[in-house]
Design a protein around this ligand. Structure first.
Ligand code: SF4
Ligand code: SF4
Length: 357
């Protein structure tokens, strides 16, 4: 009980601090905003009361922690097991190393941009997908629209490379998964959330943006300078730091990359045409020994073994985020990134033979 209250109190406290930054609310409000945009409004207008939530959460967290502190309980031996043993974090393969460096470099670039904005040396507006939604509701479009249109087109070539390598939430989710692996939890294990959830959030978000653009079509104001000003360092740094403990909890409950798999409307949209994007994970069937290490280690839960059984030349799955973990884990170097190959008639015949064998 004492342990439970300590964890509950800590999480409530952290959630309160996270809400103070606004960042956590912003992220998790993204799919909900989809529904709000449909009614021509945004969470800024309708959820003003959320701004009061942090003080209640922080107070509740402190009270719960105080109760846990004065309760009699077992010693700290069990609690010690909970300490995050980062030293045991799973080994990083070559692609994971490259990806981690890249992800943190993106965070640093954004941070530098923020500082330049605060110093008044640049004034590039926010490109967050919520900015695009907020602007569509008002009949305004700006750099956010250009950015997200480019990303959508880019994903036709590189698939969900944005999710694997560029997204600001990617390093937070992967760090949480590494920490959980370090203490012996298994965030790769399949959890109970239905995958179809992501299509609901995707349709709500993008459908409502399209709906508002069409609604405002006669008075759309397109100006590259439209959009939210980007100058809040606390929102960015504080948001990222306070998101980590919550991400640990959600990753433990719902598995690796829970946000990419079940919630994010950007990932959901890209996953629809990711199946036909040009760059893919290619399979060398002569080298493969069917050990299944690739499937077991895919952080997006892609059933690579199905493509191997089918005799396919590459992994054509909408959920693949081009992370390279499967390539790292294959003991026979049977996987690599490469250009997609259409299924040839001989391959289709070969697959038919496999199925009937
Ligand atoms: S299939 Fe491979 S590259 Fe794609 S998400 Fe899974 S581990 Fe990453
Ligand atoms: S890890 Fe490599 S050898 Fe094992 S099943 Fe996957 S592709 Fe085949």
């Amino acid at each position: 009980m004492k342990k439970f209250l300590t964890i509950l109190g800590s999480l409530t406290l952290v959630l309160g601090i996270a809400c103070l930054t606004g960042e956590i609310i912003g992220c998790f409000m993204t799919p909900i905003d989809g529904f709000l945009y449909l009614f021509g409004t945004t969470s800024h207008n309708t959820m003003a009361f959320l701004l009061d939530i942090p003080q209640y959460l922080i107070s509740a967290g402190i009270i719960i922690l105080a109760i846990a502190f004065i309760m009699k309980g077992k010693g700290s031996k069990e609690d010690d097991k909970l300490n995050l043993q980062l030293a045991n974090t799973s080994k990083f393969g070559p692609w994971k190393k490259k990806r981690t460096v890249f992800q943190y470099a993106v965070l640093v670039i954004i941070f530098v941009h923020l500082i330049l904005t605060v110093l008044g040396l640049t004034n590039i507006k926010g490109v967050c997908p919520r900015s695009l939604g907020d602007m569509a509701v008002k009949g305004e479009l700006g750099i956010s629209a250009v950015f997200w249109t480019s990303i959508i087109v880019l994903s036709l070539v590189w698939g969900r490379v944005l999710c694997g390598w560029l997204c600001v939430y990617a390093p937070v989710q992967e760090t949480a998964a590494n920490m959980l692996t370090g203490i012996g939890a298994n965030p790769l294990k399949k959890k109970f959330v239905k995958k179809g959830l992501i299509y609901i959030t995707t349709i709500a978000f993008w459908g409502s943006i399209l709906f508002n653009i069409i609604k405002n079509i006669n008075h759309i104001d397109f100006n590259i300078n439209n959009g939210d000003s980007v100058n809040n360092i606390w929102l960015y740094v504080g948001g990222l730091i306070t998101m980590l403990p919550l991400t640990l909890l959600f990753t433990h409950l719902f598995g690796n990359r829970f946000f990419c798999k079940y919630i994010c409307p950007i990932g959901g949209l890209q996953s629809i045409w990711n199946k036909v994007s040009l760059l893919k994970v290619k399979i060398d069937h002569k080298k493969c020994v069917n050990c299944n290490a690739c499937t077991k280690n895919c952080q997006m839960g892609v059933a690579i073994d199905n493509y191997i059984k089918e005799g396919d030349s590459c992994v054509r799955d909408g959920n693949c985020i081009m992370c390279g973990d499967c390539i790292d884990k294959c003991p026979k170097n049977a996987l690599k990134f490469g250009i997609i190959e259409r299924k040839s008639s001989s391959q289709i015949n070969e697959n038919e033979k496999r199925k009937t064998a």
